[in-house]
Write a protein that binds this ligand. Structure first.
Ligand code: ADP
Ligand code: MG
Length: 308
């Protein structure tokens, strides 16, 4: 049983009811607690040895713990406000904690997010959980479920860098750009805020483009055609890997924390979206069909799973 089956079976107990607008199944929960705005709550855990290698710089661990939550809020089109932090450590090393806190607050300061509480415990391995809350105009949250046939599919930035960077960071070769794409993801909060009322659906890319796009397609009950020749790959990634390997990182690697979103043709601005690339279109059905050089290429959509 993978974690999604566990969640479906044991935790997704009841249909959403007020004040829950959107519950389990999206990048964040949407709650109608006030008259003119909705609250969005997200949470993400980083486990040493699973989400980051032991020995990763503590400042980067702190930065990343915040950035991945900012990314989920970005995927919901929400403006970040405050966070809580649950921290499990094997020992109380003041230097480590000071550096961790520096990275954490550096990422939080970019969106003026305040730390308002948390929990600190001792345990066998380092585990960092950040919960974050944000706000979105009523009815304007970007959901995974809104994609419509005919929509264009966009992806921000470049994909595949983080997975390649992670691989390098545990080896002997250094590449500052690729490694920083893993250690310090740039959450696309500004793009998420711009897309409210424009995009039909959005998801952030944590498990790989193929797996995450499939989650969006499934939530929306649609299919998609993606042109792999259009998937944005960085020069740094292509300098180290051939196109096929680079696409492997992009489709199945994960950890990019870019946004994938779909927009109806009538809502796409003439000059497109700043920092985003059109990679395909939404279809009525048929799952995810990927083409390279016009030829259909089988793509594994399994992405990262914690349990198999
Ligand atoms: P993300 O990659 O954005 O974190 P996932 O697709 O992994 O989202 O998560 C699937 C959904 O399941 C999310 O809506 C998440 O909030 C929910 N979820 C995950 N674990 C639990 C849990 N233990 N209890 C309730 N909901 C959960
Ligand atoms: Mg997400």
């Amino acid at each position: 049983m993978d974690e999604f089956e566990l969640i479906r079976r044991y935790f997704a107990r009841q249909p959403d009811a007020p004040p829950v607008v959107t519950g389990i199944g999206d990048d964040g929960a949407v709650l109608a607690l006030h008259a003119n705005a909705e609250t969005v709550i997200v949470i993400d855990t980083l486990v040493e040895g699973v989400h980051f290698p032991s020995g990763m710089r503590p400042a980067d661990i702190g930065y990343r713990a915040v950035a991945v939550n900012l990314s989920d809020l970005a995927a919901m089109g929400a403006r970040p406000h405050w966070m809580t932090l649950a921290l499990t450590l094997h020992d109380a090393d003041p230097d480590w904690v000071a550096n961790f806190a520096e990275g954490l607050f550096e990422a939080a300061a970019e969106w003026n997010v305040q730390l308002v509480g948390g929990d600190t415990t001792r345990g066998g391995q380092c585990v960092v959980t950040v919960q974050m809350a944000g706000e979105v105009g009523t009815g304007r949250a970007l959901l995974r479920s809104g994609a419509r046939p005919g929509d264009t599919i966009f992806v921000t930035g470049t994909v595949g860098d983080a997975a390649a960077g992670l691989q390098l960071s545990v080896g002997a070769t250094r590449d500052e750009f690729l490694e920083s794409r893993f250690a310090r993801p740039s959450a696309r909060v500004a793009t998420g805020l711009e897309l409210g009322g424009i995009a039909n659906a959005a998801i952030d890319l944590s498990d790989g483009l193929a797996a995450d796009l499939c989650k969006l397609l499934q939530a929306s009950g649609v299919g998609a055609e993606v042109d792999l020749d259009k998937v944005p790959l960085s020069d740094a990634l292509l300098a180290r890997h051939d196109r096929e390997q680079a696409l492997g990182f992009a489709l199945a690697g994960g950890d990019d924390y870019e946004l994938c979103f779909t927009v109806a043709a009538s809502r796409i601005p003439g000059k497109g979206f700043d920092g985003a690339t059109a990679i395909g279109r939404v279809t009525e059905s048929g799952g995810l069909v990927c083409r390279a050089g016009g030829i259909v290429v089988p793509v594994d959509d399994s992405g990262y799973r914690h349990f198999r």
